[in-house]
Design a protein around this ligand. Structure first.
Ligand SMILES: Nc1nc2c(ncn2[C@@H]2O[C@H](COP(=O)(O)OP(=O)(O)O)[C@@H](O)[C@H]2O)c(=O)[nH]1
Ligand SMILES: [Mg+2]
Length: 399
């Protein structure tokens, strides 16, 4: 089976993590303006959209997991509401340690930031708080945590527990293995930061810089600028996205409230709306209050293109992490022996080759790999072919 990805929602209390989580999963998780309403991390199923390939073959798909609507596949992914980040979490304050271990299981992060400025760093109500402080706080918190682990690795290396010819990258990769890094990556990051391969010569700044690089590499991040339905958030959004210092960040404007309202209205049969769409249709007679509310949301969609909940998840997975959606197909028609048509859409790691894809299906398929077939063109693909987004591929094996 192919890997299932985990997207982690992080951020200080009261920014709207649970609201975002509920909107994305439509599960029932308590929410409220109080810190720590969510004590345990909540794991739920969310979906990312992939344009279905079946219509190109004049077929209708029968998905094994998720669903397909009007030519859009909704592919399941795990979403984790990682509650409990407070300033000083890396020192083991509050729910810090639980937070950190939950965080290790995620592949990519959505940092939910209250762009309205109506919550302070502890998540208490305030006014005029600068969302930039939140962005800095989270990055620093993660960097300090990484630094602590990095320093353990350096100490071990320097205390000579390791054998003479062990390289520093080997020790650090071992110490930082929970971050899903490896020797090659550490080596590359040491080169990139230009700190050199002699840890005894690293100053505090060098260590922090390296820790930060490892953090960025292993925990890529999207910022969901939440509460964008408020004028304060919209002002902050304009200012921050126009600030060259913040150009390197990926910021997705978002209203968890709007997404939740639309999904609820859809469930109630009042509107026709598909998650991520830029518009909806009112189906039923609605009260004028309800209509006003919905029209306000429509204005929001006009201004920002969508509620941003789907966009944040998809940006995280496809743009920031670079995951590739791929359809296992058959060159002689898309159906399998059970009569299912294009039943799977797998999410595979960036830069996967055709052979990697075969191995992600099953180790036997990888071992027996002869070649692959691009089902659109019927062309043969070698094992080194780099799989592209929405490829429909059949693997031909020796067995
Ligand atoms: N205006 C507005 N308020 C929101 C939005 N999302 C969440 N909130 C409010 O922010 C508060 C904290 O939300 P919650 O989801 O519990 O935040 P958490 O502590 O990060 O999980 C609640 O009062 C929510 O109703 C949004 O998109 N817009
Ligand atoms: Mg919460």
């Amino acid at each position: 089976m192919s890997k299932s990805y985990r997207i982690g929602l992080v951020g200080k209390p009261s920014v709207g993590k649970s609201s975002f989580f509920n909107a994305a999963t439509m599960n029932d998780v308590p929410e409220g303006a109080y810190p720590f309403t969510t004590i345990d991390p909540s794991v739920g199923e969310a979906y990312v959209r992939v344009e279905c390939a079946a219509p190109e073959f004049d077929e209708e798909c029968t998905p094994n997991v998720g669903y397909c609507q009007h030519g859009t596949r909704f592919v399941p992914t795990k979403l984790v509401d990682v509650a409990g980040l407070i300033p000083g979490a890396h020192e083991g304050n509050g729910l810090g340690n639980q937070f950190l271990s939950d965080l290790n299981e995620t592949d990519v992060l959505v940092h939910v930031v209250d762009f309205s400025g109506e919550t302070d760093l502890e998540g208490e109500p305030t006014e005029g708080h600068d969302p930039r402080d939140d962005i800095a706080f989270l990055e620093e918190e993660l960097d300090q945590w990484y630094l602590g682990v990095l320093e353990k690795g350096i100490n071990r290396y320097e205390s000579g527990y390791t054998t003479e010819d062990d390289a520093i990258e080997e020790e650090l990769a071992e110490q930082m293995s929970a971050f899903k890094t490896n020797e090659d990556e550490i080596k590359r990051l040491i080169r990139r930061t230009d700190v050199g391969f002699e840890p005894e010569e690293w100053g505090d700044e060098d260590k922090l810089e390296l820790a930060r690089e490892v953090r960025k590499e292993t925990k890529p991040m999207v910022i969901a600028a939440n509460k964008m339905d408020t004028p304060e958030a919209q002002d902050n959004y304009e200012e921050i996205t126009g600030d060259p210092d913040y150009e390197h960040l990926t910021i997705v404007p978002c209203s968890a409230h709007a997404e939740k309202a639309l999904k609820s209205a859809e469930k109630a049969g009042v509107i026709d709306y598909r998650p991520g769409d830029d518009d909806f249709e009112i189906l039923d007679d609605v009260s004028s209050d309800q209509e006003d509310g919905l029209e306000q949301i429509r204005d929001f969609l006009d201004a920002y293109g969508a509620t941003g909940v789907q966009a944040a998840l998809e940006t995280a997975l496809f743009d920031v992490l670079g995951v590739t959606p791929v359809f296992p197909g058959g060159a002689n028609g898309l159906g399998n022996e059970r009569g299912e048509v294009l039943p799977d859409c797998y999410l595979i790691p960036p830069n996967s080759s055709a052979e990697d894809f075969a191995y992600s299906l099953h180790s036997d398929i990888g071992d027996g790999f002869l070649h692959a077939i691009d089902c659109r063109s019927n062309r043969q693909l070698g094992k080194d072919y780099e799989v592209e987004s929405r490829d429909v591929i059949e693997i031909i094996t020796t067995n």
